[in-house]
Design a protein around this ligand. Structure first.
Ligand SMILES: *Cc1c(COP(=O)(O)O)cnc(C)c1O
Length: 715
């Protein structure tokens, strides 16, 4: 079966002169292109906003007359032709990564953070996967992605006047999302049966074009399934372990089957986190049954050609399934592989807790010779954490690290992209990991940088106020709630941002530890400070919800005069406003529990200065001059909070308000430039993907070529 017959049922027939809009609308490429975004805005600015920046929804709602009159609008047509040519050029661009001849890399992840019009993500892991797919497309890396469609869609956070988080599910309207159904030979929605699950489970397949990378999503919410099975992919990371196991069987084994049925050949399997790790068994089965090699040879081949990326610094945060549950689903499967139960289960046994059950991270570690942590520090933690897995295997290859990075074209503000275009020339994004080109940022004047940054602060404050105004007019909220949600924010005040998952280990309320001291900092008459919080607690994380409530109640306290705000419903769009709209980005997890963290990178590349404990990526990023580090090697709430107040009072506030009569502090801007220069190239997704390429993709691919050559010419 061919991979391409696919369709989106909502996209209307467009007038001939602009029919190429369909290609652009059905490829997320536009989301990381200022001119692409602008093109849709030009179509109809009001509908663009109302559609939630979803081109399919907007095109569906635009009246025909309006489309026809656009064809006569020279300005629009010129922009349309320019963007269409840019898109075509992008799709046809040559690859520069020496893998052209190779089969693609299959990339599996349970979530992808791509754009708010495709809500199939929960947090950091998803945005990392999304950035990896986008960057692979930019580099022309051959890759195909596999993931889940979550029909329950977006979980919207709504906070009551008591500060308690409630969740509202906003179901995903599949046919007006920028996704397509994959069709089978009969023109029906292509559906697979997940092998070896009894009673049978089916999944339909959707496709998202992410530039040049195709991402396939499995959807179990279809008529063919029992109600219980339809729920399998209804929400991310269900706490029901039985359902979770079924989810991971569908993702790993079903996902593998999708590629097989679509006849997509690939050479390397890259698993992002343990969730899709069952794909490894399916790969073994495939090698045995298709290539006719023995079980042992198949396992060896899987190990040599598969990559496992771990993101968890705690054993307790990995998925473990009881042996009973495993036997229930896999007893036919291991027979099919010709494996004894013992040997099969041993792949998931954690030597530290041998009776706990089958551990997905252990499976990934054991069945992939190529494994990596996501920062240098996380690598040390990971080696210690799992040292017993390999204690009896001295030949086991080491655990490497590839520090995460962020997709610059997605996370860097358009205004900065345009300013860099002007000084570096268009095409500089192709050299984004070259540290030298960034030195030229000094050519931007302080006034220019401050104008852009101050513009972002104003845009953030307006965005927050507009949301509260809507809530006020729709629901008639309590004025104290309006205050707590940020109506009184002031773009002229030094602003600290803290936006991330509301969960204990991230210590979101550390800065509230000593309210009297905080009062003096915030309400300093001449040099005030304001704090903007955002973040969701996992629906089943009550301690996380309590922390959120504590922050919300503090924000309602009149003594802080509206200078503490909690912005509801953190997601990709809110993140974009916050990472560039605040002055300082705060990060204070309990060490060493932040494997990497990426929001601080998104902030730093936009000149928002990182204030962080030395965890995750920050030991690699911090130079002493491009942000601040605080806190002891052993996290202690009392001493860390006191160190945090010290840095704010002694370093940050004086530096920021050292403005003279210019209206900005040159020393502050100097530090912003240092942050951008030192962090953008080294924590770009380009640098990250080059690391993956050099550490894993290229060596594996070379080895495969050697093996192929040794086996003689293909028949
Ligand atoms: C980048 C991002 C994250 C991950 O940030 P951390 O630093 O790992 O907390 C989470 N959510 C959103 C919306 C993001 O954009």
């Amino acid at each position: 079966m061919n991979t391409d017959p696919s369709t989106n049922l909502s996209i209307p027939e467009l007038p001939k002169p602009i029919c190429g809009l369909q290609d652009i609308a059905l490829n997320l490429w536009w989301t990381w292109n200022p001119r692409g975004k602008n093109l849709f805005r030009l179509l109809n600015p009001y509908l663009w906003k109302e559609s939630g920046h979803n081109p399919i929804k907007m095109l569906k709602e635009l009246p025909d007359e309006e489309l026809l009159s656009l064809c006569k609008n020279d300005l629009f047509m010129r922009e349309y032709r320019y963007v269409h040519a840019l898109f075509k050029g992008y799709m046809a661009k040559r690859s520069s990564c020496h893998l052209e001849e190779s089969l693609p890399i299959a990339y599996f992840c349970a979530e992808y953070g791509l754009h708010h019009s495709v809500p199939i993500y929960s947090g950091g892991l998803g945005f990392l996967a999304g950035d990896i797919v986008k960057e692979s497309s930019d580099m022309g890396l051959p890759m195909v992605g596999v993931g889940f469609m979550y029909p329950q869609g977006y979980v919207r956070q709504v906070i009551g006047s008591d500060g308690w988080q409630n969740s509202l599910n906003e179901p995903l309207e599949r046919d007006t999302a920028p996704i397509e159904r994959v069709l089978d030979a009969q023109g029906d929605h292509f559906t697979i049966q997940v092998p070896f699950i009894d009673p049978p489970v089916f999944a339909s397949v959707w496709k998202i074009n992410v530039g040049r990378v195709k991402l396939y999503l499995l959807d179990t919410d279809i008529d063919k399934n029992d109600p219980w099975d339809r729920e399998i992919s209804s929400r991310l990371y269900t706490p029901d372990m039985n359902q979770r196991l079924r989810q991971q069987i569908v993702l790993g084994i079903g996902g593998y089957r999708v590629l097989e049925k679509l006849n997509i050949k690939y050479s390397i399997l890259h698993l992002n986190e343990g969730h899709p790790a069952f794909a490894l068994f399916e790969r073994v089965r495939n090698f045995i049954e298709v290539d006719g090699i023995s079980l042992d040879e198949a396992i060896e081949r899987v190990k040599r050609t598969s990559i496992f990326t771990t993101h968890t610094p705690l054993q307790a945060a990995t998925d473990v399934y009881s042996f009973d549950m495993m036997s229930h689903y896999f007893s036919d499967y291991w027979k099919r592989l010709g494996m004894e139960k013992e040997r099969f289960l041993r792949f998931g046994i954690n030597p530290d807790e041998p009776t706990a059950g089958f551990n997905m991270t252990v499976l990934g570690m054991k069945m992939c010779n190529h494994r990596n942590a996501v920062s240098k520090k996380h690598c040390q933690v990971t080696k210690k954490l799992w040292k017993n897995i390999f204690s009896d295997d001295s030949k086991a290859p080491p655990i490497e690290y590839v520090t995460n990075g962020v997709h610059l074209a997605t996370w860097l503000a358009d205004e900065f992209i345009e300013a860099f275009d002007a000084i570096l020339g268009e095409g500089w994004l192709d050299m984004q990991d070259n540290e030298d080109i960034w030195l030229r940022i000094v050519e931007l004047s302080d006034e220019e940088i401050w104008k852009i940054h101050y513009g972002h602060k104003v845009a953030m404050v307006n965005f927050i106020r507009e949301r509260v105004r809507r809530k006020w007019s729709d629901e008639g909220i309590d004025p104290l709630v309006a205050m707590a949600e940020g109506v009184m924010l002031d773009p002229d005040v030094l602003t600290i941002g803290f936006a991330r998952r509301m969960t204990s280990y991230k210590r979101p309320d550390l800065i509230l530890s000593d309210l009297d001291r905080l009062d003096r900092i915030i309400n300093n008459f001449a040099r005030p400070v304001q704090i903007v919080f955002a973040g969701k607690a996992h629906p089943s994380d009550n301690p996380g919800k309590k922390i959120l409530q504590h922050i919300f109640k503090t924000a309602q306290d009149p003594r802080f005069r509206g200078r503490i705000a909690f912005v509801e419903d953190y997601g990709e769009n809110v993140a974009k406003y916050l990472v560039r709209g605040v002055d300082v980005w705060l990060n204070n997890p309990k060490m060493p529990l932040e494997a990497c963290g990426t929001s601080g990178m998104k902030a730093s590349i936009n000149g928002t200065l990182h204030l962080s404990v030395l965890d995750g990526w920050w030991p690699e990023g911090y130079s002493g001059k491009n942000g601040w580090a605080f806190g002891g090697a052993e996290s202690d709430d009392v001493t860390d909070a006191s160190a945090l107040y010290d840095v704010i009072e002694k370093d940050i506030v004086p530096l920021y308000y050292d403005m003279g009569d210019k209206g900005f502090s040159s020393e502050w801007i100097n530090m912003m430039k240092k942050a951008m220069i030192t962090i953008a190239p080294r924590f770009s997704a380009r640098r990250m993907m080059k690391d993956y390429l050099e550490k894993f993709y290229l060596p594996i691919s070379r080895e495969l070529k050697k093996e192929e050559a040794a086996m003689g010419p293909a028949s």
